[in-house]
Design a binder for this molecule. Sequence first.
Ligand SMILES: [Zn+2]
Length: 302
Amino acid sequence: MHLTLSLLPLAALTLILAGCSSGPYDRLPERLGFRDAPAVTESGNGTVTVSGNGHTVTLTPGKRPATVDGVTYYLHRAPGPTGLGEADTRLLKAALEPSPGIDRPLTIVVDAGHGGRDSGCRVDRTSEKTINLCIANALADTLRGRGHTVVLTRAKDETAVTLEERAVIAASHPTDLFVSIHANAAANPDARGIEVYTLPAPGHDGTAANSPPRPGLAGHIHLPWSTRFALAIQKAMLRAEPRAADRGVRHAHFKVLRDTPAPAVLIETGYLTNADDRALLTDPATQKRLAEAVADGIEAAL
Ligand SMILES: [Zn+2]
């Protein structure tokens, strides 16, 4: 019988992998808080895999998209000669460390994007504001059913709630998490998939072009928890809907993320301009399943 690599005892395997580690990533498992079976491997194309504590992070030098436990995560800076940047190391450590033990129930503000005269994106007879409201109401029902306190920024189709007021609503409650629900649109009809946004880290630009750093935002201090919620929600939604594509956890200076004084994420549930995504998002059963997945993700992060 041949001894294959997969049959080697785990401890021996870790030693072999540790021997393959490259300079700038040698201490990354430790910096990410991975104490249990920490390991670093580098593949032939330069991709670095860091694992430990049951987590796996894959990095490609020069590229911002990484994967965290199989989910795409856009780094604030592409890994360079000195390895992973300080902001991403800090945020990923916070997102992946064992649960600090959070008291339940949570108070969660659920924000259905747009409303009333503001339809958001529109394709044929489908308005984003309506999709957002259906998923937000389903999410509120699910979270309340699990014992959490939910505040909706709007529970019906109305114009009155401005972006400023949505953040004020979060500020006027003991908010543990603000979740904004949106659907996307693009000129390219092939663009599809789920994205979960957090605010960019201080001193960093967003994932998209023309999103320069903005200092002193209320949301900055909550970024470790925002990142933890964002990764868990993206993972849960992709698991619940295998037909959806993974466009990753990204970063943008959306007003509701800038001004909310609590952990905050904005979910782009899919592209109304893509026929496959539109079919999913207009299906009430899929809306409910996605809403339940968001709730699963929130609870997985606790
Ligand atoms: Zn929107």
